[in-house]
Design a protein around this ligand. Structure first.
Ligand code: AKG
Length: 263
């Protein structure tokens, strides 16, 4: 279904029973959203980029980590989950010898990749365009979006997103940056954890206090981090992981970006 059709349907549904607040009750974020939708009415680019709504917060310069608050709308989060849910499979990691995906106790989530056809859907195209503009990496350098679901006790141990095998470098070169978008709220634990960021700072990770910086998985927020430093080399400090989920389900969508076009 086209992006605008979904939006129109959501906005035109009767107020009662939809979870969408009545106009009288609108405050803060929701009233701002409606104001922005009308402000964007004649500016498709501003709507696609969610101008005035996305709020960048620099978390660390080395490694480079920026949280983009309100990066996705709630509908976009639900749409990604709806596409992914029927096709989730146990997640794999890249085998350094063959470059193929293999099961491992390094990560215990379930996941799936969007297809090339799904990439052409208007709502996915809008997300992809927003990712490319905020990251300043062309959309064609991006891999297909991966959607992940972590249930309680599931995690992804700290790792680098850049490749240490040569097999994966053939298509698109090295991974330079990652946009990790959070699709659900009400998760306890499940932070994205950067153990080598933030000098002496401390953070929470799956209920434990750890050295480093962690980002809480808040629905609609995204974290953009760079696997390549300003010196053009892979940055070992970009090591990161997904902390154990303590309660609730954590859903996320990942876009890995390469040095060159991936197809
Ligand atoms: O789930 C997270 O917070 C981290 C995910 C991750 O490290 C990855 O997809 O590369």
């Amino acid at each position: 279904m086209a992006y605008w059709k979904i939006r129109t349907q959501l906005l035109l549904l009767p107020i009662s029973g939809t979870g969408f607040p009545s106009l009288r009750g609108l405050r803060g974020q929701n009233s701002r959203y409606l104001r922005d939708v009308s402000r964007w009415a004649n500016d498709k680019d501003a709507e696609m980029l969610r101008i005035g709504y996305v709020k960048p917060e620099v978390v660390s310069w080395s490694p480079r980590i920026i949280v983009l608050h309100n990066f996705l709308s709630s509908e976009e989060c639900e749409y990604l989950k709806a596409i992914a849910r029927p096709r989730l499979q146990i997640s794999t990691v890249v085998d350094v010898k063959t470059g193929k995906g293999v099961k491992s106790d390094v990560r215990t989530s379930s996941g799936m990749f969007l297809t090339h056809v799904e990439r052409s859907y208007p709502m996915i195209q809008a997300i992809e365009k927003r990712i490319s503009v905020f990251s300043q990496v062309p959309a064609e350098n991006g891999e297909l979006i991966q959607v992940l679901r972590y249930e309680p006790k599931q995690f992804y141990k700290p790792h680098h997103d850049y490749f240490s095998d040569t097999f994966n470098l053939k298509r698109g070169g090295q991974r330079v940056a990652t946009m990790l978008m959070y699709l659900t709220d009400d998760v306890e634990g499940g932070e994205t954890y950067f153990p080598l960021a933030g000098d002496d700072s401390e953070c929470t990770c799956g209920g434990k206090i750890m050295k480093g910086i962690s980002v809480k998985p808040i629905k609609g927020d995204a974290v953009l981090f760079w696997s390549m430093g300003l010196d053009g080399q892979s940055d070992p400090r970009s090591i990161h992981g997904g902390c154990e989920v303590l309660s609730g389900e954590k859903w996320s969508a990942t876009k890995w970006m390469r040095q060159k076009a991936t197809s």
